[in-house]
Design a protein around this ligand. Structure first.
Ligand code: GTP
Ligand code: MG
Length: 365
């Protein structure tokens, strides 16, 4: 136990996270895009990532005959888009792409231009995808809705919605957008984002916030992807059935070390004790569980009953995110020579743990 804590403070051996990152990379939650040529799939990816068409275009990698994958963000990916090509041709077979999708938390986004009722190729593919039962969540995006007059639009949207409904059935969510609104923004962007969060929770944290209450939180927004990336690795390491893997604390240690560096704060035993100290005894208890005192799990009623690989993965994602978030808060103020209150730290940890667990995608919120 003591040895593990020492390891946590100072990862002297510099643990090799390659395998955990590799597993994470192979199991990134995926948004699978389906739609006719010109429907707005690429426009959608640009809208969500905030990148230009050139940047998105350069990041694509072919992965099957009919699809390209785009990992996002590119250097430390937390999710990916699978962009299907060639859906203009009626004989598209989704079998290969289904295989590519694998078994990670996934969702499908179907894009239809509102004024395009001819959707036979898309519907045919959807029928096969439904039979396969691998994809649970579907979001239908009606694009280019501003091209049609309001009444006409309602009729068009209802028509396409019904076509998809007949194939997919009741769990159908949809949203009407336009990627080419005059002011350069996306029409119904907030609605789009909240629907996307329902089918792929991590998107909520991944998309940059436009407004910030404090300079500190604006600062964190820049670190957030890195924290999410480590959180993803931590939950991946819980899902890998095998031995000899790095532990969650080792991953978190590396994260803390890296974050401290970026805030210009020296990472040593004292900084560590101070940081953990502000989080209080509740955190320490949870930590001792994570640090391998497995017997302890049985003594904690609720956690003990529900713990399994998936719950553990959600917890690892959540605690890593929570720790990363609070550490950034702590480092920010420390770098300015300011003290933080235990109460603020604990409240922030509680909230971000909750956010992180929801974003892991392994837990119904
Ligand atoms: N007015 C309007 N134009 C749109 C909208 N979405 C896409 N377009 C336009 O339609 C064209 C094709 O859009 P893309 O996003 O490239 O379509 P895609 O689905 O990626 O097409 P493929 O890559 O060929 O399968 C572009 O010129 C877009 O500007 C929309 O919501 N409104
Ligand atoms: Mg495209």
């Amino acid at each position: 136990m003591f040895e593990q804590i020492k390891e946590f403070i100072n990862p002297s051996k510099n643990p090799d996270l390659t395998q955990a990152h590799e597993f994470q990379r192979q199991h990134l939650p995926t948004l699978w895009l389906l739609g006719k040529t010109g429907a707005g799939k690429s426009s959608f990816i640009q809208a969500v990532t905030g990148l230009s068409s050139v940047e998105v275009g350069n990041g694509f990698e072919p992965c099957t005959m009919t699809a390209q994958a785009y990992e996002f963000p590119q250097d430390k990916p937390v999710m990916r888009f699978l962009d299907t090509r060639g859906l203009g041709e009626a004989d598209y077979n989704p079998a290969q792409d289904l295989k590519e999708i694998g078994e990670s938390g996934n969702a499908i986004v179907v894009v239809m231009k509102a004024d395009e009722p001819e959707q036979s190729a898309v519907l045919k593919a959807l029928k096969q995808i439904k039979k396969n039962k691998q994809i649970k969540h579907l979001l239908l995006i009606h694009s280019a809705v501003l091209l049609s007059e309001v009444n006409e639009r309602a009729r068009q949207v209802a028509f396409n919605e019904n076509q998809v409904y007949e194939v997919w059935g009741k769990d159908l969510q949809s949203v009407s957008v336009d990627f080419e609104q005059d002011d350069g923004r996306v029409y119904n962007y907030d609605l789009l984002l909240s629907e996307l969060t329902n089918i792929l929770p991590v998107i909520n944290l991944l998309v940059e916030d436009k407004e910030h209450a404090t300079v500190e939180s604006e600062n964190f927004d820049k670190m957030q992807n890195e924290v999410l990336w480590y959180a993803g690795s931590a939950s991946a390491s819980d899902l890998i059935p095998g031995v000899g893997l790095v532990s969650v604390p080792a991953i978190q240690a590396k994260m803390l070390h890296g974050l401290a560096n970026q805030y210009g704060v020296e990472w040593n035993k004292r900084t560590f004790s101070e940081l953990i100290g502000t989080l209080g005894s509740g955190f320490a208890l949870q930590y001792s569980v994570k640090l391998g005192a497995r017997q302890l799990i049985k003594l904690i009623p609720v956690y003990g009953q529900t713990v399994g690989a998936v719950t553990a993965a959600a917890m690892s994602f959540g605690t890593t995110y929570g720790l990363g978030r609070t550490a950034c808060y702590y480092f920010y103020h420390k770098s300015k020579g300011e003290a933080v209150s235990d109460q603020a730290m604990q409240e922030l940890y509680k909230n971000s743990l909750k956010k992180g667990k929801a974003a892991s995608g392994y837990e119904k919120n």
